[in-house]
Design a protein around this ligand. Structure first.
Ligand code: FAD
Length: 651
C-alpha cells in the first residue's frame, strides 16, 4: 500500500509538473488514475476518450506565423517593459524588467523601429492546388479525412526555420501541399500510400511541424500532386506492457500527451526534447531526436524497441520485440533519421521506466566557460552525469539574467544580492566571464543525493560553486519559452536561429571559440551594423564528446536581404564547425538545409548505399520531399532549395 501511495504521489507530481510547465491550464487530464495490472500487455489508449492537446485544425490554437500557442507571446507593454502573455507557463503574466535594456544594449534594437508581420497570407496569395483527379476520386471512396482548405494546406507547408517563419511573416509560398489527409490508423496509412503509388502522388508525412531543417518544405520543382499526411489523429497509446516495461503508441501522439498519459500510470519514457509540447513520436523517430534527459533514458534510438513503417514496397518491421538481435545491419537504422523519405512511421514501441520518485534541480557557477567544459568532461568520464547537465556561456548567462521575472519579494531580491556578492566579491568571479551549468537530477532520493554529492565534488575541482536549485529550475523552465522570443525579435528587425553539432571532447572548446569568432568576423565583413548576439551551450554529454548548441541573431536594420545573409553566415559557421571536427548535426537532422554536407559526412559509398535503399523501397519517389540526398536527384549537384518568395515590398 505504501508503495502504491508513493507511486501515486510521484504520478501526481509528474502530472502537475507537466501541467505547470507547459500544459494548457484548462486541459489537465481528468481521466481517473488507474494503475496498470502486471499481467503483461494491457490495452487502454484505444478507449481513451481524451482528445489530443493540439486540435486537428491547428490554426485554432497555434500561431500561424510563429512559435507555439496564440495566447502566449512576449510583447512590450504600455510601461515599456517586456511582458509574457497568457496563463500556460510560469512566466505568463509576468514582466521581465531587464529584458528591454538587454535588447537595446546587446543587439541594438530600437523600440520605435518595428517590422510587424503581414496580418495573414490570404487565399489569393496561396497557390492553387495541383489536383490528381483519379487519386482524389479513389480517396473519396474511403472514409479517410482530408481537406484542401488553403489554411490547412499552408499550416503544413513549413516547419520552424528562420527562412520559413520569415516567409510567413513577410512573403508567400509558391509551393505548398495540395491536400491534407488525416489517417486515423496504420491501416488507413497503408491505404493512402497504396493510392499514392497507384496514382503517382507525392506524400510528405507531417508530425508536429517543429522541423528546423526545411524538411517539410515542398520541393518547388515538384509538378505532381503533393499530399501532406498529417499523423495527428493517430494519437493513441495502444498498449502498455509492465512486464517488459514497454509501450506502443501511434506515431502522431505528441510529447506532452504521451508523457502525461504515461504519468497517470506511474511511468514515463523520459524523452523530453525542448519541442515536446508539439513534436510527435513519429517525428522523433524520423529525425533521430534527442531529449534533454538522455543521460538516464537515452536518445530516441536507445529507447526504440520496435517500429512499423509503411513504404511503397510494403510494411517494414521486425517480427519480434526483443532487446537486441544479431541479424545483420539493424533495419531500424534505415528508419531512424529517414526524414519522411522512405515511408510513414505508424506505430512505435518504446521502453518505459517508472517515474523517478525524486527530482532535484541544481546549478553550478564557474569562473569561466573553460572550467565548465572541463567539469562536464570529467562528469562524463566518471559516468555520473545527472539526467540533464547543460553549460551556458557568459552571453547566455547574461541573457538568462535579463529574462528574470520581476520579483516583489524583498527576501528573494535580498538573497539574489547576497549570492551575487558572494560569487563576485568573495570568490572573485568576473560577471563578464562566468559560466553556469544547470542540472536536473532524477532517481530515488538516495541516488539523487549520491549523484549530487559527486557532481558538486567534481565541480569544485574546476572552481565551480553551487548556484542554487532556483537557477537550475528557471533554466529548464525557460527552454519551453525561449522559442517564443524569436517572434518578438522579428518584430524589431532581428533575425535569429539556433544550430547545433556534436564534437569530440578534445575539440569542444576550440570549436565553440572558433565558431563564435568566425560568426563575428562574417557579420563585420558583411556590413551588419549592430553587434550580433552569438552564444553557445553544451547540452548533452557522452563518453567521447558533447553536443554544442549555438544561438545566433543580428539586427538587420540597413540590410535588404537579411534571411539570405543569415543563411550565408550560418553556412560559414557550419564550415567552421566541420573544420573543427564537429558534425553536420547532433539532432536537428539534415532536411534540405544541411544536404550540401551529407556526401562529405558519410562518404560516396555511404551515400550510394542510402540511395540504393531509397531506390529499392521507393523507386518512383512517392516520398519525394527531397530531404537528405536520396530523392530523385541521385548523386546530382545539390542546390539550396530556393523555394518560395518574399513579397516585392520586402526585398
Ligand atoms: C523550439 C524547438 C526546440 C527543439 N528542440 C529539440 C530537441 O530538444 N531535440 C530534438 O531532437 N529536436 C528538437 N527540435 C527539432 C524538432 O522538434 C525535432 O526534429 C522533432 O523530432 C520533429 O518532430 P515533429 O513531429 O515536429 O516532426 P515534423 O516537423 O512534422 O517532421 C520532421 C520530419 O520528419 C518527417 N516525419 C514526421 N512524422 C513522420 C512519420 N510519422 N513518419 C515518417 N516521417 C515523419 C517529416 O516528413 C519531416 O521530414 C526542436 C525544434 C524547435 C522548433
Amino acid at each position: 500500500m505504501a508503495t502504491k501511495n508513493a507511486i501515486e504521489d510521484v504520478a501526481h507530481n509528474e502530472k502537475s509538473r507537466l501541467s505547470g510547465e507547459m500544459q494548457s491550464l484548462g486541459k489537465i487530464c481528468n481521466i481517473e488514475h488507474k494503475m496498470c495490472s502486471n499481467s503483461g500487455e494491457s490495452s487502454n489508449g484505444g478507449l481513451d476518450p481524451e482528445p489530443p492537446s493540439i486540435p486537428k485544425r491547428r490554426q485554432e490554437l497555434l500561431k500561424w506565423n510563429g512559435w507555439g500557442y496564440k495566447d502566449s507571446k512576449f510583447f512590450v507593454n504600455k510601461d515599456g517593459h517586456v511582458e509574457f502573455t497568457g496563463e500556460r507557463y510560469r512566466i505568463s503574466g509576468s514582466t521581465m524588467p531587464g529584458l528591454r535594456d538587454w535588447m537595446t544594449k546587446t543587439i541594438g534594437i530600437s523600440l520605435d523601429q518595428k517590422t510587424p508581420s503581414q496580418p495573414e497570407i490570404s487565399a489569393a496569395n496561396i497557390p492553387l492546388p495541383v489536383k490528381n483527379e483519379s487519386f482524389v476520386a479513389d480517396l473519396r471512396k474511403t472514409s479517410i479525412s482530408n481537406s484542401d482548405d488553403c489554411q490547412d494546406r499552408l499550416f503544413r507547408a513549413h516547419g520552424h526555420t528562420l527562412h520559413e517563419i520569415f516567409l510567413l511573416r513577410e512573403g508567400k509560398f509558391d509551393r505548398i501541399p495540395d491536400l491534407v489527409i488525416w489517417p486515423a490508423s496504420h491501416d488507413e496509412v497503408v491505404k493512402v500510400v497504396e493510392l499514392a503509388c497507384k496514382h503517382n502522388v507525392v506524400v510528405i508525412p507531417f508530425g508536429g511541424g517543429t522541423s528546423v531543417s526545411n524538411a517539410l518544405e515542398c520541393p518547388l520543382e515538384e509538378k505532381r500532386m503533393i499530399v501532406s499526411l498529417d499523423t495527428s489523429q493517430m494519437n493513441r497509446i495502444l498498449w502498455v506492457d509492465e512486464k517488459n516495461m514497454t509501450m506502443r503508441a501511434e506515431c502522431g501522439i505528441i510529447g506532452q500527451d504521451l508523457e502525461r498519459k504515461l504519468a497517470e500510470r506511474g511511468l514515463c519514457t523520459g524523452h523530453e526534447p525542448d519541442s515536446m509540447e508539439f513534436s510527435s513520436l513519429g517525428g522523433w523517430v524520423a529525425t533521430r531526436a534527442s531529449g534533454m534527459k538522455k543521460n538516464i533514458y537515452g536518445n530516441i534510438e536507445d529507447l526504440l524497441v520496435h517500429v512499423k513503417m509503411v513504404t511503397p514496397r510494403g510494411v517494414m518491421e521486425k517480427n519480434c520485440q526483443v532487446p537486441r538481435m544479431s541479424c545483420g545491419p539493424d533495419i531500424h537504422h534505415f528508419i531512424l533519421g529517414s526524414e519522411g523519405t522512405l515511408g510513414v512511421v505508424t506505430e512505435v514501441t518504446l521502453k518505459v521506466r517508472p517515474l523517478p520518485p525524486c527530482k532535484k534541480y541544481g546549478s553550478i557557477v564557474f569562473p569561466d566557460f573553460e572550467c565548465g567544459v572541463k567539469c562536464m568532461r570529467e562528469v562524463a568520464k566518471q559516468r555520473c552525469a545527472p539526467a540533464s547537465i547543460r553549460l551556458m556561456d557568459n552571453e547566455q548567462f547574461q541573457f538568462g539574467h535579463a529574462l528574470k521575472v520581476e520579483s516583489k519579494s524583498i527576501l528573494t531580491n535580498f538573497l539574489d544580492g547576497l549570492k551575487k556578492l558572494y560569487i563576485t566579491k568573495l570568490k572573485g568571479f568576473d560577471p563578464m566571464k562566468l559560466a553556469v551549468a544547470t542540472l536536473l537530477f532524477e532517481g530515488t532520493k538516495e541516488e539523487v543525493a549520491a549523484k549530487e554529492k559527486r557532481v558538486y565534488e567534481i565541480a569544485a575541482m574546476f572552481r565551480g560553486i553551487p548556484g542554487g536549485a532556483d537557477n537550475g529550475e528557471r533554466g529548464y523552465m525557460l527552454t519551453f519559452v525561449i522559442a517564443y522570443l524569436r517572434d518578438i525579435a522579428f518584430d524589431y528587425y532581428v533575425v535569429a536561429e539556433s544550430f547545433e553539432t556534436s564534437v569530440p571532447w578534445d575539440r569542444c572548446l576550440d570549436l565553440c571559440q572558433n565558431v563564435k569568432e568566425r560568426l563575428h568576423r562574417e557579420c563585420k565583413d558583411n556590413g551588419i551594423q549592430f553587434p550580433p548576439y552569438i552564444t553557445c551551450r553544451v547540452t548533452q554529454t557522452y563518453d567521447s564528446g558533447a553536443c554544442v548548441y549555438f544561438y545566433f541573431a543580428f539586427n538587420y536594420r540597413g540590410i535588404s536581404n537579411p534571411v539570405h545573409l543569415y543563411e550565408h553566415i550560418e553556412t560559414c559557421g557550419r564550415e567552421e564547425i566541420l573544420a573543427n571536427g564537429g558534425s553536420i548535426s547532433h539532432h536537428h537532422g539534415v532536411g534540405k538545409i544541411r544536404k550540401q554536407w551529407l556526401r562529405k559526412t558519410i562518404g560516396d559509398i555511404g551515400l550510394g548505399t542510402l540511395q540504393a535503399v531509397k531506390q529499392y523501397i521507393d523507386p518512383n519517389n512517392i516520398f519525394g520531399n527531397n530531404n537528405l540526398m536520396i530523392g530523385q536527384n541521385f548523386g546530382g549537384v545539390v542546390q539550396q532549395e530556393a523555394a518560395n518568395v518574399l513579397l516585392p515590398s520586402k526585398l
